[in-house]
Design a protein. Sequence first.
Length: 235
Amino acid sequence: MLLAELEVHHSRPAQPTRRLALGHLVLPVDPPPGLGGVLLGAVIAQHARRLDADDLTDVTRLIEQVERSHRVVQPRLRHRYQVDRHGLAVSRHRLWGEDDEIRFDFETNGTDLAQVLAAVYALERLDADHRRSIGPVMRRALRWRGPIGPALVAHLAGAHSAEIAALADPRGWALGILGFPIDTGAPSKREVTRRYRERMRAVHPDHGGDGSSASAAIRELAEARRILSDTLIGG
């Protein structure tokens, strides 16, 4: 299942001019960063690691300007953004869902810098609130040097789970992890703590839990408790 997509139209590497346009976009960003924000961050993480230091500095500055809704002066980093796509090559980057897991598919036919700039220009297409939420995610992606996979997703989303449900509906996922009915309102601090401790005992190897999966289960329980902490009420 396709979860997010960024289509980039750009000059061919051998051409002297550097032009860039956006094509088809599927960028769900609610709740931020959403699956779309994760894809934009992954595109940057995949391609920025091969940029030189000067370009990385300029890209960081550009993200900050877009995040703050400042006017972006053209051209930037030797590229000019345009609407017309005629005569341009195409790269496509997609985020796919398979069962409860996600995977990235990068179809890169241009330079690394063109892909990074396209992700930044896609950020500019979002409304001001989402730009402020997702801009920091993209700056974190600039510093990523690990594999492009679940660890990156958790790093970008600020979570310990890379499951689709945890990104698309964090609160619903957290309720399920702790065993609350999906239609539960705002559970109390006491209820969340009780469920968390019960589940921790059930998954811990010292109480008969599966040792091979205990570490991941414990991380997810802790993440679920953290997510629900935003809606806790007294008692």
